[in-house]
Design a protein around this ligand. Sequence first.
Ligand code: KPL
Length: 296
Amino acid sequence: MRIVLFGAGSLGSLLGGLLAREHDVVLVGRDPHVAAIREDGLRVGGEFDYRIDPEVTTDGTGLTAALALVTVKSYDTDEAARTLSTGEFGTALSLQNGLGNEERLAAELDCPVLAGTASYGARLIEPGAVECTGLGRVVLGPPEGGESTLATMIGEAFAESGLETTVADDMPRRLWVKCAVNTAINPLTALTGTKNGVVLDEPAWPIAREAAHETARVARESGVDLSEEMVVDALERVASATRGNTSSMAQDLRKGRRTEIDAINGYVAQQAEGSVPTNALLTGLVKTWENSHGSG
Ligand code: KPL
């Protein structure tokens, strides 16, 4: 299958490197990463140890493939959608943080858009080299829920290249669970410069739990059946499994880059019918940091 992977950051490069073992992958990214891959191939380390030569480009316009796999940061989704709309794709799949990405892609693209989550841990070591810091799973399906033969076909293609893949008929609930986990772990670890496991202990735990509880409430307001226990279970599971990892938001803040706060805690605060003080506070704190560091 020909796959255009739009967004060769850490997760995108890892998934691209894994998919390229079986499929014809075009990685769309930025220099110097793209230049290094063109020169010497992509090195996939950590849980894996190999070098591979996917096609690479910095120009995502006019591309054609069976699948456009979108892994850009949530604040780049609109631009990615506009660029991809100059090409032709059978299906698009968003594997991004935050909520609302699929709607924004669907507004520009002529093909069906699937939703997904990816729990592989990834870190860019240097241009041309990505490390898998933890094996995980890709879950994908229609963003509105239900079954889809397209999702099954993409799931099979992913599994062929050795990716742990599940095709799910309850993506709305899964996306909200992931968002709840991210509302709890990402801003807390970013603001305090700590690893994911810190949220499991006092004094961070009550803040993390409250952020996840509020998110479950907002999910229910949007018609998704999600209890407080479900999100707290997921939070404990993810924080334990990734205890020693640095969250994507903590990595962004440390590097002085813009974060995905608007699509995570900011999205929850914006969608809420009532007040969500913990999510609003965490959003305000991260945005204050971004503004004062010129990355907002
Ligand atoms: O998705 C993540 C992220 O860092 O964005 C978690 C689940 C927190 C893992 O690090």
